[in-house]
Design a protein around this ligand. Structure first.
Ligand code: F6P
Length: 498
């Protein structure tokens, strides 16, 4: 069937570029987000015929959909000119798909977060939620099929939408389909935890794409290994082609099939935006306030170890605090001379395990302050309310950046701090962060589980000579900005079309 739709470039993601709140007077307040996709779509320009398909995530979003043009398009005034179609998927279906499957199963598998003696349990409740995940993916596939012009390019984002490429291909074999994973991918032994039919569905769903993008070679190789492990042996309808990074996928036994190419695009920091934004007046205000909290003499200001994260299980904030405590214990000469500035912003608070983790971060920080603090020195300055200007202020003040995730797709904070820091900062970086592939040489690498090694790394970072720190920061910033967001997006589009 020839399409009469007009959109040439379509992006699909769970979280869209805008969110809404209903004000007390009943009007809607829109809040625009940032990030790689927003820059990417603005880079292709307003006339390119681009559409962002996303999900309504809150009551405000649902209200915005109700007030939009027949549920098809949000007002472009609120989106900065970007055409956005927000899907008002049934709230229970969305919650099962997002909280139940995407964030409690797929996120846990890809980040290897389960405490395996007791979890996961794939029972009837899991099957019920999986049906919602299928319905939610189908809603996206149908909206994309309806909107895409003949031969359009569709780039689907992340683990929320693994089934979309396969579903969309069945509906619209003419469009070019890309999928990009912003997370790590699990190694086969861990992925094997999932029931066999679910593994097949996930991988075959992804292989419906022409091109699958990953943040690092490590995650791309893990995906390829899972395909070989799960499907090649079990279902003899997928044969690896002679090309190492492509799979020949025959969607049904009779069809000609297609190749799915694997590619790596290491999303970088947006240097121009960050440097400009970090020198706006609200950031200067936050710096003054932070300096007052950090304290110390004007002549010898206290040193800072900075971390900025969502309060996310994989970010390893608690072990970061334990490593800092170990440093204060082992090296008392640092007491009163250093402050750990830790920003842990709320995330996924619908899930009990995230609420418990947030409480544990607060408890350990309080405990360090109670044990080591003095009337004039608070060892940990913890903030839990999201404030981008304050994050940039902390980036600028950082002497040491602590980025120690258990496992992370990339970790943009590791890339942003060296770009913004005023005096240069030493980067303590987990080997398990995707960013390690590009920044490892100039960072101090740590095993995220080893708090003693991390404490030593923090000390080494604090003691790094200013000259070396500045040199390393320069190299880190260059590596961190090698692929700015707009280019990252355009590269994927070009590769998809090429
Ligand atoms: O890392 C994957 C990701 O989807 C990011 O793209 C995003 O910043 C983060 O997780 C936040 O997720 P959520 O939409 O659940 O808050």
């Amino acid at each position: 069937m020839a399409s009469t739709a007009s959109m040439q470039v379509l992006v699909a993601s769970n979280r869209g570029p805008v969110s809404y709140e209903v004000r007390e007077d009943g009007s809607l307040a829109a809040r625009r987000g940032g990030g790689g996709l927003v820059s990417g779509l603005s880079a292709i320009g307003p006339d390119a015929g681009s559409l962002w398909v996303c999900s309504a995530l809150s009551d405000g979003d649902r209200e915005a959909v109700r007030r939009s043009h027949g549920g098809r398009r949000l007002s472009v005034d609120a989106t900065g000119g970007q055409h956005v179609r927000m899907l008002d998927i049934d709230e229970t279906v969305h919650s099962d798909a997002y909280n139940g499957i995407a964030n409690s199963v797929l996120w846990f598998v890809n980040h290897m977060l389960y405490q395996t003696p007791l979890e996961p349990v794939f029972d009837a409740e899991f099957r019920r939620q999986w049906a919602s995940y299928e319905a939610y993916n189908r809603a996206f596939a149908e909206a994309l099929a309806e909107e895409a012009a003949e031969g359009a390019s569709v780039v689907v984002q992340d683990y929320h939408l693994c089934l979309v490429p396969g579903m969309l291909r069945a509906l619209r074999p003419d469009v070019k389909i890309g999928h990009f994973s912003h997370t790590p991918w699990a190694p086969p032994d861990y992925f094997r935890m999932l029931p066999q039919d679910i593994r097949e569905q996930l991988l075959l769903g992804m292989l419906g794409a022409d091109r699958l993008g990953f943040l690092t070679h490590r995650w791309s190789a893990a995906f390829a290994a899972c395909v070989r492990d799960t499907i090649v042996e079990a279902v003899p309808r997928l044969a690896q082609s002679g090309v190492p990074e492509a799979f020949q996928y025959v969607p049904d036994w009779k069809g000609p099939g297609h190749r799915t190419w694997l590619g790596v695009h290491g999303l970088g920091a947006d240097a121009d935006f960050l440097r400009r934004r970090a020198h706006e007046p609200d950031v200067a205000e936050r710096m003054a306030a932070l300096r007052a909290e950090i304290g110390g003499d004007a002549g010898s200001p206290r040193r800072t170890i900075v971390r900025v994260d969502r309060t996310e299980l994989s970010k390893n904030i608690v072990r970061g605090l334990l490593a800092y405590r170990q440093l204060l214990e082992d090296r008392p000469e640092w007491r009163e001379r250093v402050v750990h500035v830790a920003f842990a912003y709320p995330s996924r608070q619908d899930l009990a395990v995230y609420r418990d983790y947030t409480a544990e971060v607060q408890r350990v920080a309080d405990d360090i302050n109670a044990t080591y603090g003095t009337p004039t020195w608070t060892p940990v300055v913890l903030h839990v309310k999201d404030d981008f200007a304050r994050s940039l202020a902390a980036y600028r003040l950082a002497d040491v950046a602590l980025v120690n995730p258990i496992r992370d797709g990339m970790n943009l904070v590791a890339k942003e701090i060296p770009v913004v820091s005023d005096e240069g900062c030493a980067l303590v970086l987990s080997r398990e962060a995707g960013a390690y592939e590009e920044l490892g040489e100039d960072a101090i690498a740590v095993n995220p589980y080893d708090v003693i090694e991390t404490a030593r790394a923090l000390e080494e970072a604090l003691n790094m000579a200013p000259g070396e720190r500045a040199e390393r920061t320069k190299r880190l910033a260059a590596a961190a900005t090698a692929l700015p967001p707009a280019q990252w997006f355009l590269d994927q589009l070009n590769a998809l079309n090429g």
